[in-house]
Design a protein around this ligand. Structure first.
Ligand SMILES: Nc1ncnc2c1ncn2[C@@H]1O[C@H](COP(=O)(O)OP(=O)(O)OP(=O)(O)O)[C@@H](O)[C@H]1O
Ligand SMILES: [Mg+2]
Length: 270
């Protein structure tokens, strides 16, 4: 912690996506965001999962009455009006998700420019910050739900880069081709600038051959995308959210925190 990392030339917008559930999307989102913010960069996390796990982990209120990313997507509320400060980390802000988002998937269908609503909200927010004399955001991370519906499509349209967390287990690669096919469709029809820039191996259990095999296979398929840093299976990582914290503040010297710090540094230095 405390290591300085370079500022990107322009805001880098990542969507953290994998339609497989429980692979570490949210954990990866909040911890990489926290690591970059702790290094002095301006970071925004956008929670577009109705479960609101990223909001919880960052200690951001997200009960049903809070204005949230739902209002941004459906009611044209400005992103500036829903972002909240993360209590533990100065340069980290979060647009929370509430349970109302569960209905957004259906409500979006009948709206104009339904795939581009998040992108537009982010563009407007960037201009608002500039007008208010606030510093430019360096990173935006969008935490997706485990599905490929319209919320995830909004994230793909708003982002320049996709970060795919892959759990080092047997079924890891099974859904991946479907995910990549969907991303290709987005590139073709909605967002030509989108690239799958980063893959992070998570929940790596060094005691099993299986984890090593899965990791090797993913590296063979995606040599340029897979980060060298690997996130180990760690009790500290899984405990942190119950204290409304990231592992970066909950136990900064743990192996889990150090691995996320390493991953964040690799991302920043690429
Ligand atoms: N490296 C790790 N070591 C141990 N537990 C982990 C690790 N990474 C994530 N977990 C735990 O695994 C569970 C799933 O992780 P997480 O919520 O980040 O996945 P997700 O992909 O966001 O899930 P969902 O698809 O439901 O959004 C959580 O309980 C989390 O605390
Ligand atoms: Mg999640």
């Amino acid at each position: 912690m405390g290591r300085k990392l370079p500022r990107p030339e322009k805001t880098r917008i990542f969507t953290v996506s994998n339609q497989k559930g429980g692979v570490g999307k949210t954990t990866t989102t909040v911890n990489i965001a926290a690591a970059l913010a702790a290094a002095g960069l301006n970071v925004l996390v956008i929670d577009i999962d109705p479960q609101g796990n990223a909001s919880t982990a960052l200690g951001i209120e997200h009960h049903a009455d809070v204005d949230s990313i739902y209002d941004v997507l459906i009611n044209d509320v400005a992103l500036a009006d829903v972002v909240a400060q993360c209590p533990d980390i100065d340069k980290l802000i979060c647009a929370p998700a509430t349970i109302h988002l569960a209905g957004a998937e259906i409500e979006l269908v009948s709206l104009v420019a339904r795939e581009q609503r998040l992108r537009r909200a982010i563009d407007v927010y960037a201009k608002t910050r500039e007008k208010n004399g606030e510093e430019r955001l360096d990173y935006i991370f969008i935490d997706c739900p485990p599905s490929l519906g319209l919320l995830t499509v909004n994230a793909f349209c708003a982002a320049n880069e996709v970060l795919i967390p892959i759990q080092c287990e047997y079924y890891a690669l099974e859904g991946l081709s479907q995910l990549l096919k969907n991303i290709e469709m987005i590139q073709k029809h909605l967002n030509a600038d989108l690239v799958v820039s980063t893959i992070l191996l998570t929940m790596y259990d060094g005691r099993t051959n299986l984890a090593a095999q899965v990791a090797a296979e993913v590296r063979t398929h995606f040599p340029d995308q897979v980060l060298s840093a690997v996130v180990p299976r760690s009790v500290r990582i899984s405990e942190a959210p119950s204290y409304q914290q990231t592992v970066m503040t909950y136990d900064p010297s743990s192996s889990g925190a150090l691995s996320y710090l390493e991953a964040a540094a690799e991302i920043a230095e690429r």
